[in-house]
Write a protein that binds this ligand. Structure first.
Ligand SMILES: [Fe+2]
Length: 385
């Protein structure tokens, strides 16, 4: 949730009549979070937004299912080896690791969604590793590019229009308890603090395009881990204006302002977004620890409450060998993890790193899916010997 935005036409006050020139009444849709206590957006529809018919379910992405019980090991999954199935984004996700809080997967969408989608279970956070396009929602169009995070809040009716002819490779992070900016970076008014690693100007916001009728009438809804179909008589994107803090946004990872110290600082300082049970961190190119005898490589650690998931994007990742762009490492709680042999020592005296990666530390254990096991690097655990 970001600053309050007002786009299009809204009346002077909540819950009073808004009419068109012919006197027709608009219909509010109050999209509220945390019951009625949390952030909210009020959208004004031309027609009643709750007049949906049941419809056949014709789309939906793969839902996560745990593979067989697995011994506790460090894991490396080569998502770059997954077949690029393509298709619309709403069908394209392949979950790799999951728990009750997050479902982490990849997708390679190759065409525009032919239906609208509303995730009633989760906020969807994506990282656009390759590609770009437009996220079209009832709240406007949001243009996104490679290296952007894209957030679609729970309940926002939308579809993706990936740029045609461009290779798309996205990391999906379905956040079942929501995701947002870190509270510690807010002042008492909710404004991002001066010492935050990003400012309001760093975010890309939707542009209102007026009531839209693309001829699409179907909305696919995900709720309680299942897909449900609904049909509208008219366009669900018939919004004339809205006002609120709940809306899709994008954040270019390279706008994250990294911290550097005289000695190594913990990953917490790379914290970018907070989800229930998970911290999303951005590792971006930066100068490294500059104090006398500082060891810039991450120290071996037993972060005993967290599983660590890293999606490697590019650059030379200081601490790890054998991982490349698209690699996913999973270092579970229960056993310490750290750099590959030689990396710790070799990092002394280095001045900078060009690594780019997205990391999640999760409080609950992550479980792999059968798709993850199919792309596992079997030598990874022993590569630390
Ligand atoms: Fe770690």
């Amino acid at each position: 949730m970001l600053d309050r935005l007002v786009l299009g036409e809204v009346p002077a006050k909540h819950h009073i009549a808004l009419r068109d020139a012919a006197g027709n009444l608009r219909f509010e849709e109050c999209l509220t979070r945390a019951g009625f206590d949390g952030p909210y957006t009020i959208a004004y529809h031309v027609r009643r937004p709750h007049a949906q018919r049941r419809a056949e379910v014709t789309h939906g992405f793969t839902l996560p299912a745990a593979a067989a019980e697995r011994p506790l090991l460090k894991r490396h999954y080569r998502s770059q080896e997954l077949p690029r199935r393509g298709g619309p984004a709403v069908d394209a996700r392949t979950p790799l690791l999951f728990n009750d809080d997050v479902v982490l997967g990849v997708l390679h969408p190759s065409e525009a969604d032919p239906v609208y989608f509303s995730n009633g279970d989760a906020d969807d956070l994506y990282f656009i590793f390759q590609g770009g396009g437009v996220l079209r929602s009832m709240l406007g169009d949001l243009r996104f590019e490679e290296n952007d995070y894209v957030c679609v809040p729970r309940g926002v009716v939308h579809r993706f229009l990936p740029d045609p002819g461009v290779a798309q490779y996205w990391l999906s992070m379905e956040c079942l308890g929501g995701v947002g900016l870190l509270q510690q970076w807010r002042n008492e008014l909710g404004q991002l603090r001066m010492d935050a690693p990003y400012s309001h100007r760093d975010f890309k916001l939707p542009e209102f395009v007026g009531p839209l009728d693309e001829g699409l009438r179907t909305v696919l809804v995900k709720r309680a881990g299942a897909f449900h179909g609904f049909g509208w008589a008219t366009s669900p994107l018939d919004v004339v204006g809205w006002d609120g803090t709940v809306y899709p946004w994008a954040f270019p990872i390279l706008n994250f302002q990294p911290r550097v110290s005289s000695v190594h600082i913990p990953p917490t300082w790379h914290g970018t977004f907070a989800a229930r049970g998970a911290l999303v961190c951005s590792f971006v190119p930066r100068l490294v620890d500059f104090g006398p005898d500082a060891i810039p490589c991450p120290y071996p650690h037993a972060s005993v409450d967290c599983d660590e998931f890293i999606f490697y994007c590019r650059g030379n990742f200081t601490s790890r060998r054998g991982v490349g762009p698209g690699s996913v490492s999973h270092h579970p709680a229960g056993i310490p993890h750290g750099p590959h042999p030689g990396a710790y020592e070799a990092s002394i005296g280095s001045k900078s790193t060009d690594e780019l990666a997205v990391m999640l530390d999760t409080y609950k254990p992550l479980w792999p899916t059968a798709a993850a096991l199919g792309i596992e690097d079997p030598g990874y655990q022993d590569s630390f010997l």
